[in-house]
Design a protein around this ligand. Sequence first.
Ligand SMILES: Cc1ncc(COP(=O)(O)O)c(C=O)c1O
Length: 393
Amino acid sequence: MHPLDQNDPLAHFRQRFVAAPGIVAYLDGNSLGRPLTASVERVAAFATGRWGGRLIRGWDEGWLDLPLMIGDELGRVVLGAKEGQVAIGDSTTVLLYKLIRAAISAAEPGRDEIVIDRDDFPTDRYVLEGIAAETGCRLRWISEGDVTPARVEQIVGARTALVVLSSIAYRSGYLADVGAITDIVHDAGALILWDLCHSAGVVDIPLDALGVDLAVGCSYKYLNGGPGAPAFAYVRSEHQQRLRQPIQGWLGSRKPFEMGQGYEPAEGIRGFLSGTPPIIGMLPLQDTIALIAEAGLAGIRAKSIALTEYAIELADARLPSATLSTPRDPERRGSHVTLDHPAFEGIMARLWERGVIPDFRRPTGIRLGLSPLSTSFEEVERGIDAIAEELTH
Ligand SMILES: Cc1ncc(COP(=O)(O)O)c(C=O)c1O
């Protein structure tokens, strides 16, 4: 066993994940997390017992409450949010649309600008471009470099309605100073929406304590929900009454089963739901939330830092011709490490063939996603050695 794994207090959690034959190093847990055995069993038991056995009665026996129940658990264990502020459902893309539209519609007259990062994940940019075209809002782009408090301070002002940013940059892994930026945005009189896709489950960003207004995030990365698992939305309780989301479906309405005329939103976070909740898709989240509660977010973050630190140390020594595109400062780094090299695109297929699975980000980046509960230090070493070998072939 690798000595770093021997000394890792979280090492035993790896056994809780489904074994993947032929995998030498899975370094893409920040794109698609591995399944927990408990989740596979939960989904199978649900299919035969609850779905197969209870059939339509299941909706009255708890299914309708699951989006908010799991949301509350996620809020308590992962997001630092007290109950009634988190709902599970839709994709991150759709939730971005819903919450951004809600925030823009409620903005004071004269506040018609939305701030966004030019390097943010495409879906965030595309949704905002669509909303700008639809509403006439103007987009203000942070165009160069990492999203630092100074850059945000420079761009916000009396016309800012909303700032939309990612807590961790999907490409570089830069970890934004969520607290400081949230304060700056509030001082400018605007609201902030954080995309937590790359931080939920690996970095503690306590939303209530930091005063965050709105947040979204997916559940298939470090939350191991499975491909296309539904996302989560956080709406700070003090905004829930005032903000109206635009996709007025029956299950977000006050009395869905009365089938009445005229939409009236349900009170609280339920009013941010739209259609029938994706029940099967949200089941695995329960197992990951329980696992995170058991391991503790502080320990998870400590291992995440140790894994990325080790990856950087090995890359410095064994891949000297690659460029590190991720911050060296652990305080400003999430749980993935991106290396750039002009030959990386050409070696990806061979890496996957030999069971080494990082992902590739154009034009020249290999991204190593290190998921503290399922990634070992040995995998990091094997992965970087394989990249070094393929580069010299
Ligand atoms: C920052 C960020 N936002 C959003 C998404 C994806 O959104 P969706 O689940 O709607 O495809 C990703 C996916 O990797 C992401 O990294």
